[in-house]
Design a protein around this ligand. Structure first.
Ligand code: SF4
Length: 195
């Protein structure tokens, strides 16, 4: 484990490789699993505030689920997350012409309709953040999911570690300085292993 600015970073985040391979997985993380995408407290308010701006980019099924049940829900065993359509796909999921999942919120962001790109948990995946309230910190873990197996292969082929693949999301969450410290620690670990 590495400690960066009091955050506990698992070794896998710097030692394992990963590049999302959308042509292989089609963005399956948007519809697989039992829970919606984890949401931070302030993100629930954000979803309420931007809904009308994002709505034109959503699917009819997603709009129906959101308008019947809300934009988010509480999931036992996980916490607050985005609403699902009948317990299946994320209600904010859309597809492009090639059948690849596209977050409707991100589509709206690309179109300039909102300045909220997408929930940080989606942006950071396959990193998952686990709060350690007792000691006032967080653990930054690599979440392995078999639907991402092609992303592991592509990451190995291109030699891109998880944290580098997620540079933009890590900077969004923790800032440039955190990322630079993490990168420095990763390079140090790599050098030590090659001695
Ligand atoms: S996180 Fe996994 S399932 Fe989601 S887009 Fe990346 S490789 Fe595909």
């Amino acid at each position: 484990m590495i400690i960066v600015q009091d955050k506990l970073v698992s070794d896998d985040v710097v030692e394992e490789n990963f590049i999302c391979n959308l042509s292989a997985c089609k963005g399956a993380c948007c519809w697989e699993g039992d829970f919606g995408a984890p949401l931070e407290e302030n993100e629930m308010e954000t979803l309420e505030a931007i809904y009308e701006d994002v709505k034109p980019f959503l699917s009819p099924a997603g709009i129906a689920a959101i308008e019947a049940n809300g934009k988010h829900a509480w999931y036992d065993g996980m916490g607050h997350g985005t609403m699902l359509i009948d317990g299946g796909p994320c209600a904010f999921l859309t597809f492009d012409g090639n059948g690849v999942a596209w977050c409707g919120i991100e589509k709206a962001w690309h179109a300039g309709a909102t300045d909220f790109k997408k929930p940080i948990s989606c942006h950071l995946y396959p990193i998952r953040i686990m709060p350690y309230d007792a000691i006032g910190t967080e653990a930054i873990n690599y979440d392995r999911w078999d639907i991402c197996s092609e992303a592991c292969k592509l990451g190995d082929k291109e030699k891109v570690p998880v944290y580098k693949f997620l540079k933009e999301a890590l900077i969004r969450k923790y800032g440039e300085e955190f990322y630079e410290e993490l990168d420095g620690a990763a390079e140090f670990m790599k050098a030590q292993k090659s001695i």
